[in-house]
Design a protein around this ligand. Structure first.
Ligand code: B12
Ligand code: SF4
Ligand code: SF4
Length: 377
C-alpha cells in the first residue's frame, strides 16, 4: 500500500468512528515552540500543569523512538446550553466552562484514538504507535497547527474553520511515514477582541498567555486566591470561556453531534449553596464524570463562595458562617471570611467577630481582620 493510499484509508476510518477533523504532520522537532516554551518558563508564565521537560515537549522521538508522523485529531464540542437554568435571588448559580460539559473528554478522545490505533495496526502490524490527549508530553495545539487542523489564535486557542475553537485535540505518534498536510493561514488578521476582553490581562501579547493570571488556571488552584483576582472570577466554578465566546470565528457555531458531550444543565450551571454543604462522596457522584472535577471538591467550593459574594447573596450567610467557624480547611475558612465581608450585614459581622476570637491560623486571621475593616468602612 502506498503512503497516500494509507492516508486515505485512515481518513475514511476516522470519519467512520466520529472524528471530526484529522490532519497529518511530520514528527520533526518543534524548533519554534522550543523558543516559546523557554521564554514561557523564564517569564514565569507556565501553569505547572504542562510537562516540565521542554525537550520532551518539542521532540516527538523522545515519546516514540523513530517517530516519523503525528496524526492529529479534533472533536467538536457544544457551545450552547438549551434552556439554561437562570440564577434567581437566593438561588444563584455557578458555571463550568464548556470544555467540562458532558463526559470527561480525555476518555472520549482516547477511545477514538484507540479505535484508530487498532485500525492502523490491522493495516500495518509492525507499526509502533503512541497516543496522547492533553496529558502527554507534546503541545496538542502545536501538533494540530502543524497538521493543518487550524491556526493558533491570539487567544492561544487552536481555531478551526468549521468548528471554531470549540474543539478538543489529541494525537497519535507513529514510526510509519504518512505524507504530511500543511498548516493553514492565520485567520485573526487585525482583530484583537479576545486580548481586549480578557478580564485579567492574561493575554500579555497576541498568542502569549501568562497562565498564572488566567482565570481558567486560577479556578483550578487549591490555595488562597490572590485578592486582585477574586472580583474577576465572577460566578465561574471551573475554567473560563471569555476569550472564546467573544471570538468572531466562533459566532453561531454550536455542534452537539457527540452525545457524550451533551451538558446536563443542572450540573454545568449548578446551584451554588448546595456546593457548600456537599460531602466528598456527593461531590464525586454529582460531578465526578466531568473533566472539571479533576482537582476535587476544594477549589470548586472555594470558587462557589467567591461566586456567592459576587451575587451578594444574603441567604448564604448562615452557611458561610458555619464554614468560617467550623471548617477544618484554612482556605475555606479564609475565603468564607472574605465572602462575608463582601456580602455584609449584622449577621455576617457577628460571625466574623466570633471567628476572630477563636481563629488560630494567621492567614485566616488576616482575612477576618480585612473583612471586618471592610464592614466598618
Ligand atoms: C497547561 C494547559 C492549560 C493552562 C495554560 C494554557 C495555555 N494557553 O498555555 C490553563 C490551565 C490556563 C489552560 C486553560 C485552558 N485550556 Co488548556 N491545556 C493545557 C495543556 C495541558 C498544555 C498547554 C501548554 O503547553 N501551554 C504552554 C504554551 C506555551 O504552549 P501552547 O499553548 O501549546 O503553545 C502554543 C500557543 O500558546 C502559541 N504560543 C506560545 N507562546 C507564544 C508566544 C507568541 C509570541 C506567540 C505568537 C504564540 C505563542 O504557540 C504554541 C503552538 O505553536 C494543553 C494540552 C497539551 N498537552 O498541549 C491543554 C489545552 C491547550 N487546553 C485546552 C482547553 C480547551 C483549555 C481552555 C479553553 C479550558 C477553559 N475553557 O477554561 C482554557 C483556555 C485558556 C487559554 N486562553 O489558553 C485545549 C485547547 C483546545 C484548542 N482548541 O485550542 C488543550 C489542547 C487540551 C486538549 N487536548 O484539548 N490550559
Ligand atoms: S481563559 Fe479567560 S482569563 Fe484566560 S486568557 Fe481567556 S479570557 Fe483571559
Ligand atoms: S477574537 Fe479575534 S484575535 Fe482573538 S482569536 Fe478570535 S479572531 Fe483571533
Amino acid at each position: 500500500m502506498s503512503p497516500n493510499e494509507l492516508k486515505q484509508k485512515i481518513i475514511v476510518k476516522a470519519k467512520e468512528i466520529g472524528i471530526d477533523k484529522i490532519g497529518f504532520a511530520s514528527a520533526d522537532p518543534f524548533v519554534e515552540l522550543r523558543e516559546r516554551l523557554v521564554e514561557h518558563q523564564q517569564k514565569g508564565y507556565a501553569s505547572g500543569f504542562e510537562e516540565p521537560d521542554i525537550e520532551k515537549r518539542v521532540r516527538p522521538d523522545l515519546s516514540l523512538p523513530e517517530a516519523k508522523t503525528i496524526i492529529a485529531i479534533a472533536l467538536a464540542y457544544p457551545s450552547k446550553l438549551k434552556n439554561p437554568p437562570k440564577s434567581a435571588p437566593g438561588a444563584n448559580r455557578g458555571i463550568f466552562c464548556r470544555a467540562s460539559w458532558g463526559e470527561d473528554y480525555h476518555h472520549v478522545l482516547r477511545d477514538k484514538l484507540n479505535q484508530l490505533q487498532m485500525y492502523l495496526h490491522e493495516l500495518i502490524p509492525e507499526a509502533n504507535i503512541m497516543s496522547m490527549v492533553d496529558t502527554g508530553a507534546l503541545s496538542d495545539r502545536a501538533v494540530a497547527e502543524r497538521a493543518g487542523i487550524g491556526w493558533i489564535g491570539k487567544n492561544t486557542s487552536l481555531i478551526t474553520e468549521e468548528f471554531g475553537s470549540w474543539v478538543y485535540l489529541g494525537e497519535m505518534i507513529t514510526d510509519i511515514y504518512i505524507p504530511p498536510d500543511h498548516p493553514v493561514e492565520d485567520g485573526c488578521g487585525d482583530c484583537n477582541i479576545c486580548v481586549d476582553a480578557c478580564p485579567t490581562g492574561a493575554l500579555v501579547q497576541p498568542g502569549q498567555l501568562n497562565a498564572q493570571a488566567c482565570i481558567a488556571y486560577l479556578t483550578q488552584t487549591k490555595g488562597f486566591l490572590a485578592d486582585k483576582y477574586r472580583e474577576k472570577i465572577g460566578n465561574r466554578l471551573y475554567g473560563c470561556d471569555t476569550c472564546q465566546t467573544v471570538c468572531p470565528k466562533n459566532r453561531g457555531l454550536h455542534f452537539d453531534h457527540h452525545p457524550e458531550f451533551a451538558p446536563e444543565p443542572e450540573k454545568v450551571k449548578p446551584l451554588l449553596k448546595p456546593l457548600l454543604t456537599m460531602s466528598k462522596r456527593e461531590f464525586n457522584k454529582e460531578f465526578g464524570q466531568m473533566s472539571g472535577s479533576w482537582r476535587g471538591k476544594k477549589p470548586i467550593q472555594r470558587n462557589a463562595m467567591i461566586a456567592l459574594a459576587h451575587f451578594r447573596d444574603q441567604t448564604a450567610i448562615p452557611e458561610l458562617s458555619r464554614l468560617l467557624l467550623e471548617d477544618p480547611r484554612p482556605v475555606i475558612r479564609g475565603t468564607a471570611a472574605w465572602a462575608l465581608g463582601k456580602i455584609g450585614g449584622f449577621e455576617a459581622e457577628d460571625a466574623l467577630v466570633q471567628a476572630k476570637n477563636i481563629e488560630h491560623n494567621t492567614e485566616v486571621q488576616i482575612e477576618i481582620e480585612r473583612a471586618l475593616k471592610k464592614l466598618e468602612s
